[in-house]
Design a protein around this ligand. Structure first.
Ligand SMILES: [Zn+2]
Length: 65
């Protein structure tokens, strides 16, 4: 019984940590930083900066990278 509970808790923790990266990120376009066709985005939540070629915000938070 204890083993089953432990597995459930571990699974929940994995789900939480795997989703934590993107949950808090709110990417904002920063046109002053555009260059070479790359769009600059700045995360309003953690302050991370990223460049993308697609014109869309990054899908991950780069705070811990
Ligand atoms: Zn962020």
């Amino acid at each position: 019984m204890i083993v089953i509970v432990g597995l459930i808790v571990a699974f929940i923790l994995i789900v939480i940590f795997s989703n934590r990266g993107t949950r808090q990120c709110r990417w904002r376009e920063d046109r002053s930083g555009d260059c070479d066709g790359m769009k600059k985005f700045r995360c309003a939540a953690c302050g991370a900066q990223a460049f993308t070629k697609t014109g869309r915000p990054p899908t991950i938070c780069q705070r811990d990278m």
